[in-house]
Design a protein around this ligand. Structure first.
Ligand code: ADP
Length: 386
């Protein structure tokens, strides 16, 4: 008798559990965030319907697999260590905090996400639940990127700068045209010099000098505008800045086709920088790389960092067509662009910012087939906490 009751209780218990689980699943299926549950070894225990849509895998394919398969490098190789470090030290780098980072789709494409991780103990076993929002869609970006607002504000300042640059180009044209006219007139007058013409030439040259000063002032205004604002240098984590910048650049480009690989030197992670400005450099270089690869079959982007003495060397390279000869000859000069909508200011801004940080910037060919842009920052490893 009691055996029967026990069996009935068990059946009821299972049915309740099943109903509970079905209810939970129905809730999970309606939220746009993907939900992935993993155990303390990184093995996937549950993969929601939204996760299936976001990553292109079915739950059956990924159950029991290591969650690192959903990440691009270097997280892909290092995720086990992240968990081990956390379990050993209890030091929370992401759990309960949430951050913008990158994920990897089944087709190899890297896409920006906002990741929030919760932790729980179930029957004495530790599980981690990740809530993931795909930031590829702009609207969601606006909702989720509030902690990156300062960066976005900066991006819009760059758009404002595009407008400003147009008017500056126009303004510059006036003194330059005046200088050209005065010089040509002086040249003609000097064919038959007499005291009177010499006096006119003297005045013309004086005008030239004044117009050149005016042109210089206009250029200085542009430079002030670029470096304006919060130029505050602190010790920052380079990997964090690179992660955010690449996620933002991908959001901005609205693409999922590029494969992004990050190879960051964890021994040289601390740099002395104005985060917003360096993010600006990275954004410009990554965006240029993505734009350069628009027509390429293979779209690979690699960001590398390497500590070299008191410098950290950062490289952004692509598998695009490389620099044209004309552009290569005047690289980093303002107003040099091969794009229909391009202002040709991105690289000159990058140079201003990098130089302001005491670094160098240059370009050469990449082993990926396209261009490699390199710049250096000040290595702050061992000087304080990021
Ligand atoms: P813009 O992007 O407005 O054209 P930039 O100063 O950022 O201005 O770039 C100047 C030019 O340099 C671009 O128009 C393009 O021709 C070239 N360029 C920059 N980055 C790359 C790259 N990764 N691959 C090929 N060409 C590039």
């Amino acid at each position: 008798m009691s055996g029967d009751r026990q069996a009935t209780d068990e059946r009821r218990g299972r049915a309740r559990l099943f109903a509970h689980e079905a209810h939970l699943r129905s809730i999970l299926e309606t939220i746009p965030d993907a939900m992935i549950v993993i155990d303390g070894h990184g093995a996937i225990l549950s993969f929601s319907a939204a996760a299936e849509r976001m990553f292109g895998y079915s739950e059956d394919e990924v159950l029991g697999e290591n969650v690192s398969m959903l990440m691009p490098s270097p997280d892909r190789e290092q995720h086990d260590r992240y968990i081990d470090d956390y379990l050993a030290t209890g030091d929370r780098k992401i759990i309960g905090i949430g951050r913008v980072t990158n994920a990897r789709h089944r087709d190899g494409a890297t896409f920006p996400i906002h990741l929030h991780i919760g932790e729980a103990l179930i029957d004495g076993e530790r599980v981690f639940t990740g809530f993931i929002r795909d930031l590829t869609e702009r609207q969601q970006t606006e909702l989720r990127l509030h902690d990156l607002q300062s960066q976005l504000a900066h991006v819009s300042r760059v758009t404002a700068m595009g407008t400003l640059a147009t008017s500056i180009a126009h303004e510059l044209n006036q003194p330059l045209t005046a200088v050209a006219n005065y010089v040509e007139t002086s040249r003609d007058l000097l064919e038959h010099p007499d005291p009177e013409t010499l006096e006119i030439v003297r005045e013309a040259l004086q005008e030239c000098a004044e117009q050149s000063v005016r042109a210089g002032q206009i250029v200085r205004r542009l430079r002030d505008f670029i470096s304006r604002g919060e130029s505050e240098r602190r010790v920052e984590s380079l990997s964090r800045v690179v992660n955010e910048a690449s996620a933002l650049a991908l959001v901005d480009a609205g693409v999922r086709a590029s494969e992004v690989e990050l190879r960051l030197d964890r021994q040289a992670d601390k740099v002395l920088i104005d985060r917003i400005q360096v993010q600006q450099v990275l954004l410009n270089l990554i965006r240029n790389a993505i734009e350069a690869m628009a027509g390429s079959k293979v779209q690979r982007l690699r960001i590398t960092s390497r500590g070299e003495g008191d410098e950290v060397h950062v490289t952004i390279e692509d598998s695009g067509p490389g620099l044209t000869r004309e552009v290569a000859a005047q690289l980093f000069q303002p107003f040099v662009s091969t794009k229909a909508e391009g202002m040709g200011l991105g690289l000159s801004i990058c140079r201003t910012i990098v130089a302001g940080h005491g670094g160098r910037i240059w370009a050469d060919a990449s082993t990926l087939g396209g261009t490699a842009f390199h710049f250096t920052l000040i290595n702050a490893e061992g000087t304080g906490d990021a």
